[in-house]
Design a protein around this ligand. Structure first.
Ligand code: G6P
Length: 612
């Protein structure tokens, strides 16, 4: 939800900022802008992708060694040149970039209008820079103090960077609720929404905390204060992020690269966490809190989007293997009802980005009620990772395609490890099954490779159904959340309306939609419910639906009646989602490409949703 990047140092800021914006484009891509301090305040803004801003600014004045840029996902005001960031103060001497929402902008704006301020955009952000201007003008304050005073009046979330034409030796940055990381180079500093724009320049970073303001000067001075004016000691951390992980390599899109990376990312997630030969599984974060977790009366999994689907699989895993009751909640719902949560509950927050505003807020609610908070997160150092009591990283590496793929399988892998660990330590699964699951889990990366090798076959099936306007995904048990995830993938990137359903529920509604134009994707690998799914497939066929079935290798019965079959390797039922989701990812990828859609940056979506 908007990406911000800024630079102060000795180099030309423009190319650094532009490259940084391209790295952050996954956060929003409806318009982009840049501000450079070069004696004047030079600002360029353009509707559309960062590339359009780059083309627009290329032959213009782009000098300056202080600057900042923004790539937007619109909240207040349509995407156009005027609403794009940076926004300027009334006198044009101050500029701001902002990720977040100023919730009380209307009342602030009304007060500022009374004082004579005029606004040109529809954004909440422009109100903030006028507020800073007002604070500066009123008491003749240095810019950092004006920012601090203004922020005391603001309700909402922000990561901001502010430039002042009259203070060309400094950059002021602040955050509350939206991420901001400062990179420390030699005689230079970088600021960004995440570490990806910084990695080629430095490995040393400071993650700004909520309600902190940083003043960074060209001479190397860096001071961090809280909004209530207390000086903080900066905590410098080392990041371990390789640039190749941020590039597409030989792939046409990040999404395809990330789908194909899954054998390795799952391996990375399992590394050091299990050995079937030696018969152990350990999940570091879990061990720190294992007594409280094992004694938990209930797990509540809070998440959004694809992470919520991974959470549903977690419910099946924890209940079956560890006999722990689980509720899976949309974080946005959990935070606004008055949930019954108590000290004996464990809240597991699932989040790829670790920044999703609703998930973060749900954790705050659970924290107040003294539950143990456990994070399962991909982005190292992210906000959720830092507020939890304990947790585990999934180690999927940067996921840049907006539609989540490898983070989903990473989350499911981690939840599987946790469930096996807890099941065995609680004695709810026998040792023989425990060892069998570990052995099978170690085979998963290899089995995924076998599925990826069927890419051409899946592409051919995609070409048969690419013109559909609706699609239905059906699954039972562990494959029901996979059906939801398959439908979401198709919706997100190809704009075909798709629904996921428990296969048996089809009779209670969706069956009315089935005709010869309706592709029905059935995930039919379950051993326990095979006969039932077989009947569901027949019900679809009886109504002339087009069945695409995901079946286990060697399947005969469903294969005989389905229109198309994708065979996947067999595994133990709790591990099935790690395999059955792969063909669905590829299917939606190919359909979207055939329909001419941008799979990495689908319309209206953003990867990291830092607003409500
Ligand atoms: C957005 C993304 C999804 C993601 C969801 C939750 O909608 O487009 O891919 O699943 O947010 O994000 P999180 O980072 O918390 O997993």
């Amino acid at each position: 939800m908007c990406g911000i990047v800024a630079y102060i140092g000795e180099r030309e800021a423009f190319p650094i900022i532009m490259k940084g914006l391209q790295r952050l484009e996954y956060r929003g891509y409806d318009s982009a802008g840049i501000a450079l301090l070069n004696g004047d305040m030079t600002v360029y803004k353009k509707k559309g992708k960062v590339k359009e801003l780059l083309d627009f600014a290329r032959d213009k004045k782009t000098s300056g060694s202080i600057g900042m840029g923004h790539t937007r996902w619109a909240t207040h005001g349509v995407p156009n040149d005027v609403n794009a960031h940076p926004h300027l103060s009334g006198d044009g001497r101050l500029s701001i970039i902002h990720n977040g929402i100023i919730e009380n902008y209307n009342s602030l704006k009304a007060a500022l209008v009374k004082l004579g301020h005029e606004f040109t955009s529809d954004t909440d952000t422009e109100v903030l820079i006028h507020l800073i201007e007002e604070a500066q003008r009123h008491d003749n304050l240095p810019i950092e103090e004006a920012v601090r005073v203004a922020l005391t009046k603001v309700v909402g979330a922000y990561a901001i960077v502010v430039l002042d034409q009259d203070a060309p030796d400094r950059v002021v940055a602040a955050r509350k609720g939206s991420p901001l990381v400062i990179g420390l180079g030699e005689n230079e500093f970088f600021m960004a929404s995440d570490a990806s724009p910084l990695v080629e320049y430095t490995k040393e970073v400071i993650y700004l905390n909520d309600e902190e303001i940083a003043v960074i000067k060209r001479n190397g001075d860096l001071q961090i204060k809280t909004i209530d004016n207390k000086i903080q000691s900066p905590f410098i951390e080392k990041i371990d992020l390789k640039i190749e992980r941020l590039e597409k390599g030989d792939f046409d899109s990040f999404m395809l690269k990330e789908i194909f990376e899954q054998p390795r990312t799952i391996q990375d997630c399992m590394r050091g966490r299990l050995s079937s030969k030696e018969g152990w599984v350990k999940v570091g974060g879990l061990e720190q809190v294992v007594d409280r977790v094992s004694a938990a009366q209930r797990f509540i999994i809070a998440a959004c989007g694809t992470s919520w689907h991974a959470g549903l699989i977690g419910e099946y895993l924890f209940e079956e293997l560890a006999r722990i009751p689980v509720e899976v909640e949309y974080a946005s719902e959990l935070r606004y009802r008055n949930p019954i949560i108590n000290e004996t509950d464990v809240i597991i927050a699932l989040s790829q980005s670790g920044e999703t505003a609703d998930t973060l807020a749900a954790l705050e609610t659970a924290k107040e009620k003294k539950a143990l908070i456990y994070g399962v997160v991909n982005v190292v150092g992210s906000s959720i990772a830092r507020v939890t009591d304990s947790g585990s990283y999934i180690h999927a590496g940067p996921e840049i395609g907006v539609a989540s793929t490898k983070a989903f399988t990473g989350q499911v892998t981690l939840l599987t490890l946790m469930a096996i660990h807890l099941g065995y330590s609680k004695g709810t699964i026998p040792r023989s099954y425990y060892l069998q699951l570990l052995e099978e889990l170690e085979q998963i990366p290899h089995k995924i490779e076998k599925i990826l090798a069927k890419d051409k076959q899946i592409e051919a099936i995609a070409s048969e159904i690419k013109d559909a306007t609706n699609a239905l995904y059906l699954g039972r048990g562990y494959n029901f959340p996979v059906a939801l995830e398959g439908a979401l993938k198709l919706k997100e990137i190809s704009y075909i309306h798709a629904e996921g359903y428990p296969a048996a529920e089809m009779k209670h509604g969706p069956i009315a939609l089935i005709d010869e134009n309706m592709p029905v994707i059935v995930i039919a690998t379950n051993k326990s419910a095979y006969e039932k799914i077989f009947s569901n497939v027949q019900e679809v066929k009886a109504r002339k639906g087009k069945v695409i079935a995901i079946v286990s290798e060697g399947d005969k019965e469903i294969k005989a009646i389905a229109d198309y079959c994708i065979e996947i390797p067999d595994t133990d039922e709790p591990l099935t989602p790690l395999l059955s989701v792969i063909p669905l990812q590829l299917l939606s990828y190919h359909i979207a490409i055939m329909r001419g859609c941008n799979v990495d940056q689908p319309r209206n979506l953003a990867k990291s949703v830092t607003v409500e």
